[in-house]
Design a protein around this ligand. Structure first.
Ligand code: NCD
Length: 335
């Protein structure tokens, strides 16, 4: 658990973060966003080396962590794992151990759900989980909550749907775990046969969050609600299962396009951790209800906040201007 003390700790599961920890991290992300605009980013990682060690492909997570670390003054490196000694039979854990000996911090992505725990027992520098199989993607969740907070000015009591291939979607799981701190009204909408694991739903229920499950997405698009769309995870299914899920997306209204969104509510907001597949048509981005590219752009300030807390919590000092902006925001939200 963080319990307010982030420095030097690994960020592995969203459940290490209390509600107060999440609020601290999101506030600091706003500070970082303003600091970038003010061209006044504190160089909290100056002299440190940060590596992005991604055993699964990544565009946003690798790119935004690298940018965040650069903005904070670190030297960064993304090893080319395709040209590593893994081709000679070296294990992934020992490969990480090797990079850890050359750096001060890492973000790691791996398809194995226990990989982060294996690494934690082998390396001495702090790292962040950039996605472990179907299990978790905690820093994506901070981006998702930050996006919601910017959209609505609050997190408590929001209406949220998590929709799509939720059974396979690590960012959906982490989001439900964290959103349950804010007692949102959450609908899990799954077009197919896979559902959110019961233990995660039970965790949310035990925190007093309302969680219901449904198959048809269309009625939810008629309400003012943030809808967190999830890609169909074709990596995990057989060809036959994938064909069935693709059809189930179509049959149950999980296709977001200018056409399908014509008679839906003006206050729906469509989120997506990206990359999207056939569930969102590429020409929908001009619709004001599409917020997934803003969500994507929130990746850098949110990951700056993660890195600043992990590497330099003891050095955090907000500029007077930033403090003023935070106060103004709080007054606006309270009004
Ligand atoms: C996701 C991931 O890799 O978990 N992307 C992301 O990090 N923003 C989602 C995906 O691969 O579909």
């Amino acid at each position: 658990m963080m319990n307010g003390a982030f420095q030097g700790k690994n960020f592995i599961s969203i459940d290490q973060f209390t509600r107060a920890d999440i609020d601290t991290l999101l506030d600091l992300a706003l500070t970082m966003e303003l600091a970038v605009i003010e061209k006044n980013v504190p160089q909290l990682m100056q002299g440190k080396v940060f590596k992005a060690v991604m055993f699964e492909d990544s565009t946003r997570t690798a790119g935004s962590f690298i940018t965040a670390a650069l903005r904070l003054g670190a030297l960064v490196h993304q090893p080319n794992l395709g040209a590593s000694s893994m081709s000679k039979g070296e294990s992934a854990v020992e490969t990480v151990r090797s990079f850890a000996g050359q750096a001060d911090g890492l973000v790691i992505r791996h398809s194995n759900e226990t990989f982060m725990d294996d690494v934690a027992s082998r390396i001495k520098i702090p790292f962040l989980n950039g996605g472990n199989g179907r299990l978790e993607h905690p820093t994506q969740t901070f981006i998702d909550l930050y996006t919601l907070k910017k959209l609505y000015g609050r997190l408590d009591g929001l209406k949220l749907a998590i929709a799509g291939d939720v059974a396979n979607y690590r960012s959906a799981r982490s989001l439900l775990m964290a959103a349950s701190h804010y007692k949102m009204d959450i609908v899990i909408a799954s077009p197919d046969f896979g559902c959110m694991p019961a233990n995660i739903i039970n965790l949310a229920l035990s925190r007093g969050t309302k969680v219901t499950e449904t198959t048809d997405l269309r009625p939810l698009l008629k309400e003012p609600r943030a809808v967190y769309m999830c890609r169909q995870f074709k990596e995990y299914g057989s060809e036959e299962a994938n064909r069935r899920t693709t059809q189930a997306y179509i049959d149950n209204g999980y296709i977001i396009s200018p056409e399908t969104m014509k008679d839906t509510h003006a206050d729906v907001r469509i989120m997506h951790p990206l990359p999207h597949g056939h569930e969102i048509s590429e020409d929908f981005y001009t619709d004001p209800r599409a917020v997934y590219f803003e969500q994507e752009d929130n990746g850098v300030p949110v990951r700056m906040s993660c890195l600043a807390l992990q590497h330099a919590q003891d050095q955090l000092q907000l500029s007077a201007n930033t403090q003023k902006n935070l106060r103004l925001r709080d007054e606006l939200v309270a009004a």
